[in-house]
Design a protein around this ligand. Structure first.
Ligand code: B16
Ligand code: MG
Length: 214
């Protein structure tokens, strides 16, 4: 099961640009290091994290927060128009092909409600047996719900699944789901992935399967 942003492609930079524009407009501090905290978490939680870091939690009412989230998403969706097949991260196409050849089931477990658009633009949507719909997932990472939703829909036990993640929230979600985790350049703050890699170009199907072989 694959996370999208940071594993299959790198849309974190577009999320950053969109949030940066919002933060600048409202006089809030936000930089690339703060953006790390937003990886894998919902857009609602992302806004809360930015506001908390600025001690500005009380500055906006519910309606204003919803409005800000909507504007951020419009900016982000506009940036997504730049995505093409060239934005698939290095090594991913070969890795997915090899995994399919071996008959492994593949799913996307992303917190992004834009996942379908991104996968379509990347041209890799047909490779997956199941793509979770973030709009139907009530609790976002680090809650395991999105990974368990993938297991249910693929008809497999979590214990037999491997999750690929770039975020701390995602690694925690995989652990809570009782799956095994592969980390892609995870900025570890609490829980380390079972099998850590520095980048997607290092991924190797044989190596990953051998590592988790009982
Ligand atoms: P959207 P992932 C996550 O995707 C991003 O890492 C996170 O930064 C973003 O806030 C979240 O999707 C929601 O995205 O605003 O497009 O619904 O890493 O779980 O694939
Ligand atoms: Mg991610």
């Amino acid at each position: 099961m694959f996370d999208l942003d940071g594993v299959l492609t790198d849309t974190a930079e577009y999320h950053y640009q969109a949030w940066k524009q919002i933060a600048d407009e409202h006089g809030l501090f936000f930089d690339r290091s703060a953006n790390e905290q937003l990886k894998g978490v919902s857009r609602r939680r992302s806004l809360e994290i930015i506001l908390e870091a600025n001690q500005a939690g009380q500055r906006f009412n519910e309606q204003e927060k919803e409005q800000i989230i909507g504007i951020k998403n419009k900016i982000y969706q506009n940036l997504l128009k730049n995505i093409t097949v060239r934005d698939i991260l290095p090594g991913i196409e070969g890795f997915l092909r090899e995994a399919r050849t071996r008959g492994l089931l593949l799913a996307v477990a992303s917190a992004s409600r834009n996942a379908d658009t991104v996968l379509t633009r990347l041209g890799i949507k047909p490779v997956f047996d199941y793509i979770a719909d973030a709009g139907k997932i009530a609790r976002t990472k680090p809650d395991p719900e999105v990974f368990l939703d993938c297991c249910r829909n693929l008809g497999v036990q979590p214990q037999s699944c491997i999750g690929f993640e770039d975020s701390q929230a995602g690694i925690e979600a995989i652990r809570s789901a009782q799956m095994r985790s592969v980390g892609i350049h995870v900025n570890v703050t609490s829980l380390a992935p079972d099998l850590p890699y520095q980048g997607t170009e290092e991924l190797d199907v044989q190596q990953v399967l051998a590592y988790f072989e009982e």
